[in-house]
Design a protein around this ligand. Structure first.
Ligand SMILES: [Ca+2]
Length: 455
């Protein structure tokens, strides 16, 4: 990321000057958002995917109610993180003594918005997928309805992370503390277990809702507009009424395209990115200053012509309100660029290393290395740390530029691969961690190599 006085935060530092020229030349919208169709393939599993399900021709206001820890919020703390356990782990002679096993899976979120004025409701989650093999993750709301959390590979024995957005029946809610009871089964695991890192009850409000009027946001509308572009940088900006511009705190841009499945839901063509600690992660970028613009660098995307962008608008002094624009569709990668992608045919199960156990996987590269202009390896890990090993990831025996900090968090990595490291045929990606306990996990979808060929 870099900062530009006119653009705010932009995603690729080396492109700064070109960005200023490209984006500041934005004029009137060149692509119409009001005729946007729902991009094919979007379903309720990616960030804000449920909101997109409505095939919106207009933007939507959401009010956010977050899960907060602490007895003062109705949520007694039994462990540093919010943990969900299978029913019998508390009886286990060893595991049952640990604080993790005391988590009963119930959290409360206080909803202060009157129910009759709510258009729709949904539960948005940041999840660590849990012990490989954990099955049947689910959540019930106030004991009224039970909702399945989509299965994205944990039950099959893989390490996962997940950002489901679950539409809720409004009749399941109360204008008070709402009890969300999470559960799971042991499945094929030694201990059925997963973690809810964040949970947000989101309710949709009509644009003339009294809550929006009180915030002086009634009638606000905005959309994403694009600048004409012939290169890999697509200029994007938010178009909003001038009288509201001083009210905007930040604009998060999200892309819909075919690319690396960094949010781990099993779909490569969807709204990309996720949130981490409630903040945008691996989305197109965030602009914090007018004209709320940035450039989308499509250099390493495979050729495609039906991409889309939408923006999430945040407001000064009203952290609980967001506005989601309709999608701007009809975007495309530049012609004559050739990008190829290579994924492993299979992954270790689970793809998890500790006590110096090596976990390799093979990627078959069936192009010629001398034709490669640039190569990038994408992979998402859960980083439980190392002891003495400095570079836990490697490519054909060469250390990759990832150094563990052991913060027990999800890290989405873009690792540079020198074309000379590639070999026609089988290449080996390998993970190793030497910790006794947590180790490092490669989360689904596993590693994927992207190469841009010379013209
Ligand atoms: Ca995805």
């Amino acid at each position: 990321m870099m900062w530009c006085r006119r653009l705010g935060r932009v995603p690729y530092a080396s492109r700064g000057c070109a960005l200023c020229l490209a984006v500041c030349c934005l004029t009137v919208a060149t692509a119409r958002a009001d005729a946007a169709e729902k991009p094919a393939g979007s379903r309720a599993a990616g960030p804000e995917a449920a909101i997109a399900e409505g095939n919106p021709s207009h933007g939507r206001f959401l009010r956010l109610f977050w899960f907060e820890k602490g007895i003062e919020h109705g949520n007694p703390i039994t462990n540093r993180r919010f943990r969900v356990n299978d029913p019998s782990v508390g009886l286990h002679a060893e595991f049952g003594k640990r604080s993790e096993a005391r988590g009963n899976g119930m959290l409360q979120i206080e909803l202060t918005e009157p129910l009759p004025g709510i258009e729709a409701a949904e539960l948005a989650l940041e999840l660590w997928g849990g012990h490989p093999g954990t099955a049947n993750k689910r959540v019930s709301v106030n004991g009224r309805s039970s909702y399945a959390i989509p299965e994205i590979g944990t039950a099959a024995g893989q390490c996962t992370h997940h950002y489901p957005v679950i539409p809720l029946e409004r009749s399941d809610l109360v204008q008070a503390h709402n009890a969300f009871q999470f559960s799971c089964d042991r499945g094929d695991s030694f201990w059925g277990h997963f973690i809810v890192d964040n949970a947000c009850l989101r309710v949709e409000l009509d644009s003339r809702h009294p809550t929006l009027a009180a915030a002086r946001l009634a009638g606000f509308q905005a959309r994403v507009v694009a600048a004409p572009s012939s290169g890999p940088l697509l200029g994007l900006a938010l178009e909003a009424p001038p009288e509201f511009r001083e009210r905007i705190a930040a604009v998060d841009f999200q892309g819909y395209y075919d690319g690396f499945d960094e949010n781990g839901d099993g779909r490569t063509r969807d709204w990309h990115g996720m949130t981490k600690d409630r903040q945008p992660c691996e989305q197109l970028g965030t602009a914090v200053d007018a004209p709320f613009a940035l450039a989308w660098d499509t250099t390493m995307l495979v050729s495609q012509s039906d991409m889309a962008v939408r923006a999430l608008v945040r407001f000064k002094g009203h952290d609980d309100l967001i506005y989601l624009t309709p999608p701007l569709t009809g975007l495309a990668t530049p012609p004559k660029e050739r990008v190829l992608r290579f994924a492993p045919a299979g992954l270790p199960k689970p793809f998890w290393s500790r006590v110096s156990r090596r976990k390799p996987c093979e990627i078959v590269f069936d192009a010629e290395p001398q034709e490669v202009a640039a190569a990038e390896l994408r992979v998402v890990v859960w980083d439980g740390g190392t002891e003495k090993i400095e570079t836990p990831l490697s490519w054909n025996g060469r250390p990759l530029g990832f150094h563990s900090d052991g913060k027990h968090d999800v890290k989405s990595l873009r690792l540079k691969i020198d074309p000379s490291w590639l070999q026609h045929g089988t290449n080996v990606f390998e993970l190793i961690s030497d910790t006794e306990h947590h180790g490092i996990e490669v989360l689904l979808p596993g590693p994927e190599l992207f190469v841009r060929l010379k013209r």
